[in-house]
Design a protein around this ligand. Structure first.
Ligand code: ZN
Length: 243
């Protein structure tokens, strides 16, 4: 099964595994030496279970950023296979920036509506890891399906307050299409992107990305007003990417 592993140099050898599913989704698994693991947004179960079995992991948490099918389609099968797994989704997020503990770590759960009403993001403190689902992408942001421009703008402002060295894990590989849009609209210039960044942009996965890089280039999170954000998001809606 195809998978990409990002290692963190902490005492527990934390790693985040990205499993590509469908056309451009990523399911993420965060694990460490304890073999305990949590799964983020299993839109499909089989590839995820395959990786878990291959690595001998014992998943005990299932984190759901929002209830779109490409993020939750595999949930019933994952629960069937791991009946003791604890699912955390919007319904468990009774207050904003709620913290919970997992395996000697602290996670904050933020409410981030705009793309979909029950959207939440997960921020792990120790290694500064953010699972932001469908609200933020490289050079882009989520589409407004059921929400308002203001909600999504405010959600991105919330993310923007996290530390700059936060590793951002978006749920889709949309980097090339989003960059093409930004270049077309002159919101980003190729010459402004540093060479090592450009190399990452052209790789698969192009993630994770440090939040500071997105804050530097991404017009949607950079937008200084709701009006500006609304203009960019509206333009993006009518942009078609040709590969
Ligand atoms: Zn979605």
């Amino acid at each position: 099964m195809k998978q990409y592993i990002q290692n963190y140099p902490d005492g527990l050898h934390t790693k985040v595994i990205a499993i590509p599913i469908f056309e451009d989704n990523y399911v993420y698994i965060l694990t460490d030496d304890t073999k305990k693991a949590f799964i983020v947004d299993p839109g499909m179960a089989d590839p995820v279970i395959e990786v878990i079995d291959q690595l001998g992991l014992e998943p005990n948490y299932l984190l759901i950023t929002h209830s779109h099918n490409d993020h939750i389609g595999g949930v019933p099968k994952v629960i069937e296979r791991f009946p003791k797994i604890k699912k955390i989704d919007f319904a468990d997020c009774t207050q904003d920036a709620q913290s919970f503990q997992w395996n000697q770590r602290t996670f904050d759960v933020f409410k981030t509506p705009g793309h979909w009403p029950d959207h939440i993001c997960f921020f792990e403190h120790q290694n500064k890891i953010l699972f932001c689902g469908d609200i933020l992408f490289r050079f882009g942001c989520g589409r407004i399906f059921d929400g308002t421009f203001e909600q999504l703008y405010q959600s991105l402002q919330k993310v923007k307050k996290l530390p700059g060295d936060t590793d951002v894990y978006c749920a889709h590989e949309y980097t090339k299409a989003n960059l093409a849009f930004c270049l077309k609209q002159d919101l980003v210039k190729v010459g402004d992107i540093e060479a090592d960044e450009m190399q990452k942009v052209n790789s698969v996965p192009s993630l994770p990305v440090p939040l500071s890089v997105e804050v530097k280039y991404n017009p949607f999170i950079k937008a200084e007003s709701l009006e500006e954000f609304t203009r960019f998001r509206t333009l993006r809606n009518s942009f078609r990417y040709e590969k």
